[in-house]
Design a protein around this ligand. Structure first.
Ligand code: FUB
Ligand code: ZN
Length: 672
């Protein structure tokens, strides 16, 4: 299986070999190049959102809200309410002034442009495009002749540039590259892409083998360079990404300072990436690092990266992930602390970290062909990440705790504003996560209603998925090849639908269902072959073939591993892919006044009038009679639970995900 970029590269290689076969030096470089392009180990290539039309009512509305509300909020904050664009104007000498804000603020401009690019593809908007063009003019004007671009250093002293790893010059540059590629792909305009290429070439001229050492202070450039390699076919960017990864943990980078966070575990810089087996430090840095490593591995086939990431992934999912798919429990380092240290009230769970989980798990899924990665992706996407964006689209969570006494609230913006544009770019491009394609067939990784048209070999296949998966577990997929064609359809069977919601033993079902997914092909139940968590339907497909799936939607009770002290004698509710919580707004202003005994009966209630239309879960259980938590006189009360991602859309409220079994632990402990 070869990627497009691989073909470009191979053509260049051909020209190179026959045009220049003169010296041993060239032959040596060729060996290095071949090593970087030979292996293409991915099981499938994800289908880009640009080839996927979302029809799913939930996700279509969500994408619409991003265009109509989130993007305007990002634009207003970026250009009008904060001096982020102004910094570029001042750096370009278009107006007088000084740098204002934080040294990584340029990245918010780039991330907003990336989100705008995806949004423009979903919802063309000439006015927004013109405004973005004007931003790009200012960015281009702020670039120095040598390709350097960073408004903080341009305005605060270029003599200090590239001396301090913690100052995000690399991170900002990575986001510039991602934005430039996205904008080019949507609009065909390459002004920003040329800025990004000049920046990458500038970086390449300074750092690399035989040049200066460097370790990215906030990983991001690695994954961006792989994207740049794919779009340009230029090997040097892939080599640079590989080299940057290889720099970590070697303490080679002498001659510059690390002004903040001298603790190298914070930046996953203790041991070389290929030897890493444990998750440490800052959660977003870690996610972007492993996403970049997976991207390099997908191009080079480097098994050492894959082995390292498999081990680190297990450390995340088996011991350090919240039931919501959120990660990074500690605000101290915005990241990981000890295994099983997963407090609820104090959970940090940055929105960007869940977004990063989605990025990384897609890569792991495609590298291994294993559904468990798409399971975790789904968990983070539907729960930990989506909770970061309000239903109105213009209010945001930075942290996503699993309990609140009512003090947590959604904000219009943040001083450090990484999360809003991150959740915007993820949501606008959610189509990236649905399908994969390989020579063998089509992979259905997420059950999000959509249409796409794929090529398998020389065969065109139209796919249409109608999905009520999220709320009622029902999915219909129509497969329409242009001519009858033999290939496999890989249907992910979500772990939650077959009794193992989360890989490993961090969370287990206390009460699940005996029911299994029901799959029908043209009305009959086909023989089912399972491979790595996928049902594989291999056959000659014909126009009009139709698959129907009904996933079991009984409410599941989950318990946490006993080592998670905060969740002892507590259960969490999950229905389909959604984790639920109890919020005061539905329960007389209280969320901490009841217990959930064993054998509680749950009823799922479709409610189109609440929170944009949800299925809520109701159950009648013993609750405290009075608001006073000292008076333990109980009555039966009907409690309503809502999907976790929808909480705090009706003002500040108490909320909890992990529900107590016993009255002794009913109070919320501030340490939790
Ligand atoms: O440092 C840039 C961004 O700010 C990180 O990704 C976030 O975690 C926040 O620290
Ligand atoms: Zn963030």
């Amino acid at each position: 299986m070869f990627h497009k970029a691989g073909s470009v590269v191979r053509f260049r290689l051909f020209v190179f070999i026959f045009g220049n076969m003169k010296s041993i030096v060239l032959a040596t470089s060729l060996i290095a190049i071949i090593r970087l392009t030979a292996a293409q180990p991915a099981y499938f290539e994800p289908v880009s959102f640009s080839n996927v039309t979302i029809t799913d009512p939930f996700w279509k509305a969500r994408i619409g809200i991003v265009s109509s509300s989130t993007i305007p909020a990002c634009v207003e904050q970026t250009e009008i309410k904060t001096p982020r664009i102004q910094n570029f104007e001042v750096a370009a000498k278009l107006k007088p002034g000084k740098f204002e804000g934080i040294f990584y603020d340029d990245s918010d401009v780039y991330k907003a442009i990336e989100a705008i690019a995806y949004s423009l593809r979903n919802n063309p908007n000439p006015e927004l495009e013109a405004r973005t063009d004007s931003w790009i003019d200012k960015i281009a004007a702020a670039q120095l002749p040598d390709g350097y671009i960073n408004t903080y250093y341009t305005l605060n002293g270029l003599d200090k540039r590239w001396t301090d790893m913690s100052m995000h010059e690399d991170y900002n540059g990575g986001h510039l590259i991602e934005a430039a590629i996205a904008y080019y792909q949507t609009t065909g305009k390459r002004k920003l892409l040329d800025v990004a290429i000049r920046f990458a070439d500038h970086f390449d001229s300074l750092f690399g083998p035989g040049k200066r050492p460097w370790v990215t202070g906030h990983q991001e450039l690695e994954l961006a360079l792989v994207k740049l390699y794919k779009i340009t076919g230029e090997q040097k960017y892939l080599r640079l990404a590989d080299w940057l990864l290889d720099q970590r943990g070697r303490k080679l980078a002498v001659g510059y300072t690390w002004s903040q966070w001298r603790d190298t575990a914070y930046a996953q810089d203790v041991v070389p990436v290929k030897q890493q087996r444990e998750i440490t430090g800052h959660a977003v840095r870690a996610m972007y690092l492993y996403t970049g490593a997976a991207d390099v591995a997908a191009q080079t086939g480097d098994q050492d990266y894959i082995n390292a990431m498999k081990a680190v992934w297990e450390d995340v999912v088996y011991r350090n992930m919240y039931i919501t798919g959120g990660i990074g429990s500690s605000g101290r380092n915005e990241g990981f602390s000890q295994d099983y240290d997963l407090p609820n009230l104090q959970a940090y769970c940055e929105t960007c970290a869940s977004v990063g989980m989605v990025f990384w798990n897609l890569r792991m899924n495609k590298l291994t062909g294993e559904a468990k990665y798409a399971d975790v992706l789904e968990r983070s996407l539907f729960n930990g990440a989506q909770s970061g964006l309000s239903l109105s689209g213009d209010r945001f969570f930075y942290g996503n705790p699993l309990a609140s006494t009512g003090t947590h609230y959604r904000r219009a913006w943040f001083g450090t504003a990484c999360c809003p544009a991150n959740i915007a770019r993820l949501t606008a491009s959610v189509g990236d996560y649905i399908y994969g394609v390989s020579q063998q067939g089509i992979w259905v990784n997420q059950y999000i209603g959509s249409k796409t048209s794929l090529s398998i070999g020389r065969q065109n296949v139209d796919v249409e998925m109608v999905s009520d998966y999220m709320w009622n577990g029902k999915v219909t997929i129509a497969i329409n090849p242009s001519k009858p064609a033999l290939f496999a359809l890989y249907l992910r069977m979500p772990g939650w639908s077959v009794g193992q919601p989360v890989p490993g033993d961090l969370y287990q079902t206390v009460r699940s269902t005996e029911k299994k997914p029901i799959i029908r092909l043209n009305g009959a139940e086909p023989p089912l072959v399972m491979d790595k968590g996928y049902v594989v339907l291999s056959r000659k497909w014909r126009k009009g073939d139709r698959i129907e799936i009904q996933f079991p939607m009984d409410v599941m009770e989950l318990k946490a591993n006993e080592q998670v002290k905060y969740n002892r004698n507590r259960i969490a509710l999950q229905r389909g892919p959604l984790v639920y919580c109890v919020e005061g707004a539905d329960n007389g202003g209280n969320a901490f006044h009841f217990i959930v005994p064993e054998n509680t009966v749950y009823t799922s209630v479709q409610d189109s009038n609440t929170l944009g239309g949800i299925v809520k879960i109701q159950f009648t259980v013993p609750a405290l009679d009075a608001a006073s938590e000292t008076k333990v006189e109980t009555v039966e009360k009907t409690i309503t639970a809502i999907p976790y991602f929808t909480w705090c859309n009706r003002g500040q409220n108490p909320m909890q995900v992990w529900l107590p079994r016993k009255f002794e632990i009913i109070r919320v402990n501030p340490e939790n």
